[in-house]
Design a binder for this molecule. Structure first.
Ligand code: FAQ
Length: 311
């Protein structure tokens, strides 16, 4: 329908160049990007909760400072991403409201509880690890503002992963009880981390279109496989086991065979029935309501300033 404009759009995508906010784009491309970037931004903000749970209980002052900085980084990632979504013609206010009203999603992974300090290690190693595997290809996404936000985010995400890896390494080389705590955390976070990559390719409704538009560069299953292969080697160095008896190297495929996560569980968690969905949303809503006076004050201040300028 776009005729010449559509042709120009297709040529930019085919040439691996970037679509920028003022370029013409198909409505469905815009919608998909808003959906994915918003979901990504919400994940960063909701993702602050499971870790925030441990800031006051981190075992040393140094670890507390590191965790505090990490959670602040996540707030920053959320802001870069909301800003990227805003370039598509939607306001931050609308996006936040859609989250609060449950009309937009956030990642399934943040609906699981952080029961021990080792969970902070497992989140850093596995959840941030999965996030990096998913996000490095997004640095080459066809939409400029999203791709550029991803470059900064991936750099910080690499620190986050090292931070988690180091926590687990310390615990797994500590007392038997600490080792056991590290192993227990890995046991609980492994399959939910695999599920972060989304449904298997056959059930992924958006993959085909998003790949054609070069928003996604690899399918959900391709990235999941890459993550498994990476973790096997790192688990060896950590001296921890991945909780999958079916995990073994397949010479023919040049990759590890592994047990798939429970995708029915993923669907239940996405629909709001995970262990912490209600708690996460209630907390987010409360924070939004508690912040109303700040937004109102900022608005009034901006209005006064503008009135003074025109006077
Ligand atoms: N959770 O057709 P597809 C982080 C939905 S990392 C919830 O395959 P698509 C860093 C999907 O939206 C986490 N929903 O979809 C951090 C769709 O539903 P819809 C955030 C999921 O988009 C670390 C339906 O299922 N990262 O925050 C999930 O092509 C530590 C069908 O799926 C990103 O968002 C799921 N796991 O592929 C922060 C990365 N999987 O919208 C704090 C960017 C699928 O039609 C602490 N996003 N769904 O109603 C992506 O790469 C993609 O959106 C995928 C899904 C790969 C997640």
């Amino acid at each position: 329908p776009g005729g010449e404009l559509q042709e120009y759009f297709d040529a930019i995508v085919a040439a691996d160049q970037k679509i920028e906010p003022r370029d013409w784009m198909p409505e469905a491309y815009r919608k998909t990007l808003i959906r994915q970037i918003a979901q990504h931004a919400h994940s960063e903000i909701i993702g602050m909760q499971p870790e925030g749970n441990w800031i006051s209980r981190a075992p040393t002052l140094k670890r507390k400072a590191i965790l505090l900085a990490k959670v602040q980084d996540e707030a920053g990632h959320g802001l870069y991403l909301y800003a990227a979504a805003e370039t598509l013609g939607i306001s931050r206010e609308e996006l936040v409201e859609m989250l609060i009203e449950g009309r937009q999603k956030y990642s399934s992974i943040f609906n699981y509880p952080t029961l021990t300090w080792a969970d902070i290690g497992a989140i850093g190693w596995l959840v941030d690890g999965a996030a990096i595997v998913n996000q490095v290809p997004l640095c080459r996404c066809s939409y400029g503002p999203y791709a550029r936000a991803m470059i900064r985010i991936c750099k910080e995400e690499s620190f986050h992963q090292r931070q988690g890896y180091e926590i687990l390494h310390t615990l797994s080389h500590g007392t038997p009880a600490q080792r056991e705590m590290a192993q227990d955390a890995v046991n609980r976070w492994w399959y939910p981390s695999l599920a972060m990559f989304g449904p298997p390719d056959g059930d992924s409704t958006h993959s085909e279109r998003s790949m054609a538009w070069k928003i996604k560069r690899f399918t959900n299953d391709e990235l999941r496989q890459r993550f498994v292969d990476m973790c096997v080697q790192q688990a060896g160095v950590l001296g921890l086991e991945l909780p999958d008896p079916g995990l073994r190297w397949n010479d023919e495929r040049g990759a590890h065979d592994y047990t798939q996560p429970d995708y029915d569980e993923l669907m239940r968690v996405i629909k709001g029935e995970g262990p912490c969905n209600r708690q996460r949303m209630a907390h987010r809503r409360r924070a939004y309501e508690d912040g109303a006076w700040v937004r109102e004050a900022a608005q009034k201040h901006a209005e006064k300033k503008a009135a003074r300028k025109h006077a």
